[in-house]
Every structure is written in C-alpha cells, then in structure tokens.
Design a protein around this ligand. Structure first.
Ligand code: SF4
Length: 62
C-alpha cells in the first residue's frame, strides 16, 4: 500500500535536501519550504532515506 508523505512546514528549514534527492515526491512550495507532490509514493527506500536525512525531522510518513 502506498504511503502518505507530508512535510511539517513549521519544522522544515527549506534546506532542499529532500527536493534534491527525491524530486518525484518533494517539491518547494511558494513559501520556500518543502511539500509533498501529488500522487502515490512508490519508492519506499528513497522516502526512508529522505526521512533519515532531513535535518529538521520535518518529513512525516504514515
Ligand atoms: S530535508 Fe527536511 S528541512 Fe530540508 S527541505 Fe526537506 S523537509 Fe525541509
């Protein structure tokens, strides 16, 4: 089953790491912070890596 990915914008510092590494899932919003793109998440390994590497702990997977 596809996971749902969201970014907690209160925590995101806009470093761009997730956008750079998993552009299929993360994009920058108009506020300069990351957000999840529309559509299902299919690459679990890439998401897990993005969660582990986010310096702000802002990526939520459920
Ligand atoms: S890696 Fe984390 S802090 Fe950096 S842009 Fe993505 S969600 Fe924001």
């Amino acid at each position: 089953m596809a996971k749902k990915v969201t970014v907690n914008k209160d925590l995101c510092i806009g470093c761009g790491l997730c956008v750079g590494t998993v552009p299929a899932v993360f994009e920058f919003g108009d506020d300069g912070k990351a957000q999840a793109t529309a559509g299902p998440v299919t690459d679990d390994a890439a998401i897990d890596e993005a969660v582990a590497n986010c310096p702000a702990g802002a990526i939520v997977v459920e």
